[in-house]
Design a protein around this ligand. Structure first.
Ligand code: SF4
Length: 219
């Protein structure tokens, strides 16, 4: 974790030094966004605000395009993500990458993150207090990226955006407004894997993704 944070800081410093050497004493809006984002990632990588920091190998801020119209938000990093410091890289991540491809996006052209940035022990759901402590990082990411749509993967992510006592089956399939963003809740890819033979769940997820594509003018 420390090494990744040091690398990010070194990269940022090098960039600022370069700007200064070539006589640029201002930073353009897009560079300024990159720099703010790097600084946010750096804060996540060093964060010890909740007890999830104690068991992690790496915090996982998220990855992808900062200019995207579409974000995917899951609940928390799992084992593979914790080891690699990247979101959705395990089996569920590979399935998510396929879903994104089927939506005619490239994984690098969307932004992928989680509600909490550190792995809960034994992959349990994050506790309410952990979500509350971590929430500003996700809110800042949304504020900087300004996506038009967010796909909330699973109930924990859906609950972050939608205050409702309804379960996923009732929530999915419709957009819900969060600030200025349209949020589409759908089943988490790991739920799809756990119910591999269940074609109706796959169909529901694809129906949800088609609505997102239509909203973004993809079809
Ligand atoms: S889960 Fe969030 S609040 Fe908790 S230590 Fe990790 S980054 Fe910090």
């Amino acid at each position: 974790m420390e090494k990744r944070a040091e690398k990010l800081i070194a990269g940022l410093e090098e960039r600022l030094r370069f700007f200064s050497q070539i006589g640029i004493d201002f930073v353009s809006m897009s560079n300024s966004k990159d720099i703010s984002f790097h600084s946010l990632e750096e804060r996540v990588l060093k964060c010890q605000e909740c007890e999830l920091s104690q068991g992690r190998t790496n915090a996982v801020p998220g990855e992808g395009s900062l200019k995207t119209e579409l974000m995917f938000v899951g609940e928390a990093p799992g084992r593979d993500e914790d080891i690699q410091g990247r979101p959705f890289v395990g089996r569920a991540g590979q399935l998510l990458t396929k879903i994104i491809g089927a939506m005619e996006f490239d994984r690098k052209d969307v932004y992928i993150t989680n509600v909490v940035k550190c792995r809960p022990p034994d992959n349990r759901n994050p506790h309410k207090e952990e979500i509350e402590t971590c929430k500003n990082y996700l809110l800042e990411q949304i504020d900087m990226i300004k996506p038009r749509a967010i796909v909330a993967l699973g109930k924990v992510a859906a609950d972050f955006f939608i205050h409702s006592s309804q379960g996923m089956t009732a929530l999915r399939g419709n957009f819900h407004k969060f600030q200025d963003v349209q949020v589409m809740p759908t089943f988490h890819p790991s739920y799809l894997i756990r119910n591999e033979g269940n074609k109706s769940i796959k169909k529901m997820v694809w129906e949800d993704m088609k609505k997102v594509m239509a909203f973004l003018g993809k079809k």
